[in-house]
Write a protein that binds this ligand. Structure first.
Ligand code: HAX
Length: 440
């Protein structure tokens, strides 16, 4: 298997680098931690290690060193489309090199071999009450597949530590192959009552399969969007809730089914993956209130009304980024190229023009620029996927690609169990009192 070969060849050198850092340079100081960071959600403390992606606050994400425009340009494209093959992105995340078309197609072929879902998973989903949240259905399906984990069974047999990554890779390929099939089933079953199980077509790529299984009315257009969407949502370095939760749980040597389920649970929160549905909701509210695209002045007033009612403007602001999110820019470019006259696209563009200045005037948000969620729901809406609570599931399909790549490398490099230290409030107050008592 190509990913196995490529990772295997790189491992001795990577292990040497980590060993040298741990043994010879362990005392070198990287960062210091202040009280504000401890009471403020550990913001910006440099304490995680990942080579899969990096977010520069002034530039945005780089996947294995490539910015989004570079990556969209460099990766091999799907046949008949302009967007890259998702298999090529997975190769890049796992291996760290841009694949050839053949290499990307090898990953796609692996997925096609592994996409079958055991029947009991469908049965389980069908027993759930109709009002079950689609993220719960997705998490349940993932959890129910845990019994197939190669990592868990090899661990029981007593595999050696330096072999951990191999069944981790096996599990990751199985999981990422099955996730879009499960997601499409949840969509068709929950919103259309369809009981037939979706079938993965080995002649089509990941994105085209997803569009087919979703039964999107414009399959070609939706396949292109799916490729872009899954690529953009795959990873956002390691500190965000879904990536970190997956990593943390995996660090206890739980297999990827447990670990990714934890990540999905984090993704379901309104400040993380749920923001995309809230954002589209806000755009539709504006659209409805003004019976179409409003004037700039009306939009300005509406944005202030939202803030004055104590709510945030969804899709704007970010914990790390300090510029417009390049994932927003890539999706906006896609929309403007493919359906520039769509009302919601025009509205999202106007919001991009007006809301940053409103947030600047308010002076609270550290970053008044749009994040990925400011537009992603608009694109789904255009292609007819209008069931808001499904949007986080789509995010989850993409996020599986990044968290599994990180998971495999964490096992390959023997990353230890995570265990930061906590303090009590009194201890923190004592530290502050001592610091203030010291002569200047
Ligand atoms: N609208 C109104 N106020 C905002 C705001 C926004 N879009 N973004 C930040 N603020 C406010 C914060 O609520 C905070 O106010 P308080 O001091 O009263 O608590 C203040 O500005 C400072 O916040 P910050 O340091 O700039 O931002 P945080 O790192 O604390 O939070 C968030 C980052 C993304 C959660 C935040 O900007 C937000 O709530 N945005 C709207 C929701 C959203 O778009 N979430 C999706 C984020 C992308 C993502 O992870 N997707 O999965």
């Amino acid at each position: 298997m190509i990913l196995h070969e490529k990772i295997s060849a790189q491992l001795p050198a990577w292990r040497e680098r980590i060993k040298s850092l741990a043994k010879e340079h362990a005392d070198v100081v990287v960062d210091h931690v202040n009280v504000g960071q401890i009471v403020g959600g550990m913001r910006d403390i440099k304490s995680l290690l990942s080579d899969v992606s990096f977010v520069d606050p002034a530039e945005g994400i780089r996947f294995r060193g490539l910015s989004i425009p570079e990556l969209l340009n460099a990766l091999p494209k799907a046949r008949g489309g302009k967007m890259p093959l998702v298999g090529g992105l997975y190769y890049l995340l796992m291996v760290g090199e841009v694949p050839t078309r053949e290499q990307a197609m090898e990953v796609e072929a692996e997925w096609a071999k592994r996409a079958d879902i055991p029947d009991y998973v469908y049965k389980l989903l069908k027993t759930m009450p109709k009002d079950t949240h689609p993220m719960i259905l997705l998490t349940l399906a993932v959890m129910s597949l845990e019994r197939t984990s190669a990592f868990a069974s090899k661990y029981k047999e007593g595999m050696k530590k330096d072999e951990y990554w191999e069944p981790a890779l096996e599990d990751s390929l199985n999981l990422t192959a099955k996730i879009p099939v499960i997601a499409a089933f949840i969509y068709r079953y929950k919103y259309f009552g369809e009981k037939k199980n979706p079938k993965y077509n080995p002649k089509l790529d990941y994105g085209a399969n997803f569009a087919r299984m979703m039964k999107a009315p414009d399959k070609k257009g939706y396949a292109e969007l799916s490729r872009l969407y899954f690529i953009l949502h795959s990873d956002h370095e390691s500190g965000n809730v879904s990536a970190h939760a997956t990593h943390l749980v995996g660090s206890s040597l739980s297999d990827i089914y447990f670990a990714y389920s934890a990540g999905l649970s984090g993704l379901a929160g309104p400040l993380h993956g749920l923001a995309n549905q809230e954002c589209l909701g806000w755009l539709l509210e504006v659209h409805q209130r003004f019976n179409g695209v409003p004037s700039r002045d009306d939009l300005y007033k509406f944005a202030w009304d939202t803030l004055n009612s104590g709510k945030v403007i969804p899709g704007y602001g970010h914990a790390v980024l300090r510029v417009p999110d390049p994932r927003f820019t890539a999706q906006m470019e896609f929309a403007k190229k493919n359906f520039p006259e769509d009302d919601l696209v025009r509205l999202a563009d106007m919001v991009f023009d007006v809301v940053p200045s409103v947030l600047k005037e308010q002076g609270k948000a550290k970053n008044p620029a749009p994040n990925v969620d400011a537009i992603s729901g608009t694109l789904q809406h255009y292609y007819g996927v209008r069931e808001f609570d499904f949007y986080t599931v789509l995010f989850g399909v993409g996020r599986a690609l990044g968290v599994t790549a990180n998971f495999v490398w964490a096992r390959a490099l023997g990353q230890p169990i995570e265990r930061p230290k906590s303090l009590t409030t009194k201890m923190l107050e004592d530290i502050v009192a001592k610091a203030n008592a010291q002569p200047v």
